[in-house]
Design a protein around this ligand. Sequence first.
Ligand code: DQQ
Length: 642
Amino acid sequence: MASSDALLPVIFRRKPSDSIADNLIMESRRRQPIKVHRAVILLLIALYVALIVIHNGSASKNIGSNGTTTKSHAHLAGVSEKRNFRKTEPFAWNNTMLSWQRTAFHFQPEKNWMNDPNGPLFYKGLYHFFYQYNPNGDVWGDIAWGHAVSMDLIHWLHLPLVMVPDQWYDANGVWTGSATLLDDGSIVMLYTGSTDNFVQVQNLAYPEDLSDPLLLKWTKFSGNPVLVPPPGIGAKDFRDPTTAWETLGGKWRITIGSKVNRTGISIVYDTTDFKTYEKLDNSLHQVPDTGMWECIDFYPVSKTEIIGLGTSVNGPDVKHILKASMDDTRTDHYAIGTYYDSNGTWIPDDPNSDVGKSTSLRYDYGKFYASKTFYDQNKKRRILWGWIGESDSEAADVQKGWSSVQGIPRTVALDMKTGKNLVQWPVEEVESLRLSSKKFEMKVKPETVVQVNVSSTAQLDIEAEFEINKEDLEKIARDESVEAEDDFSCETSGGSTVSGSLGPFGFSVLTDENLSEQTTVYFYVTKGKDSKLKTFFCTDTLRSTMATDVVRSVYGSFVPVLEGEKLTMRILVDHSIVEGFGQGGRTCITSRVYPTEAIYGAAKLFLFNNALNATIMASFEVWQMNGAFIRPYSADDLVLHH
Ligand code: DQQ
């Protein structure tokens, strides 16, 4: 655990005007210190542009092997799925590398494709988790509902599929839906069906036997569909019903995602029996130029206590969160606002950061989509599930035989201190997987990287506090020659090898000894024109793998740091997933990474400080994490049956 000059990365001074393309070029110099030929620069720029197009998912098109453009199954069905289709030379993945990518404590089916979380609920002592699943393949298609149960949200037993596409009204897929627990103890599930004609309709299903804690058998209502696209709404733009909440008038209310031209909207219906519905005149909310809203979630949060609230709670101490998954960008945006029961509308506190705007808040600035919360009446908390897709190629998914994981379930609550954002934190049960731990106190000088001496690094939980040396901080604040960085953003920064006065500093996980593969999770503090400091929490996956057929990005955003607070982060590493929680979960970043060399015993952990002018004091604890038991349910598990 000694500072090692041999490990020092080459650091680039950040010029505020640097474009990403410039930074990528600089990055190429770092890796290959020989003279860079102009053609290589052009190639890198072209590659970068291609990556942006692919990453933004600007078109769900599949470039066929003959170079022609074909449409994916999902696109034909009017829904989007994995988008990093492209014609790149596939990397020669071998089984050793691919087996390492499977996670140890994140929820995954045994094989095949998985996407959105569906209908999570707590019932008779068990957490139920349903999910979009392809029983027949490793890519999106033939969507049915997978099902698993758990007593603690960490260890899971896989159960048989609960719903498959076997009716005309869901022949092209049993798509996303939500559960509602009724006051009499019964459960209703509303889900979207893609009909035999690809029309998106809403269907009702319910458990056959409420005395079965496993809820093994589900019945689809004989009168399905219960809702079809209303006039003015496209047949393929009407999906993902929410959990219902009760109105003051004693009805149940739901909202469903849609779009009208480029305006994302949430259509609202009232019902008393979940079979017949009355459409409200107003939408709950709508935002121009945000495109299709998928997987809307709508729930109350307490302004006064860090507890979860049942979905029907309202009152003066309550704010309401509206979340929508932006189909265009595959990102989950939320805003805090006020809900009006009388007409079923919601108004954001800050119209400038309305749902889906580029300035709006996101649950997670990395790979995290189609999320859904539920109220856990067992522990009085609200829990957030999010689908973590792959950033590798579809060919690699097929080769490894599975695709996607679910993020560690997070408790979600209003940030009492700022009142302006949510805080998300891994459910406390994940701590039961913590094995041995080591504590470290380190003073890290500028431009230094230090290996952290822990035995293995593929399954970690890290909690860390950082302090920038006060004198350095004051000096930078006073120093007029330090350029203002008002334009800083993680995404366009060039990543963690591009240095400023006060950052970046943090951890490099899944890193080989030569730092040729590394995923960094870090803070970057900027000084603005007004001399005020602003902190960003970022993850850089640009160097996470030598493989060429993987989407690599710099993710992240501003993170609020209040007077007197130290900078804190938590990182969960579980093979191909890295989840970062900045400042107690005010800003979160999930990434999927696919190292080729930094795997098994060759994966190391480093602490780095690439700041040019600031010494960092880091105090942190690193836990080795056990694997969770995630396996098929068997008769031996009948003990659950009581
Ligand atoms: N996934 C489902 C849709 C939803 C989309 C289909 C979001 O219901 O809109 O698998 O990922």
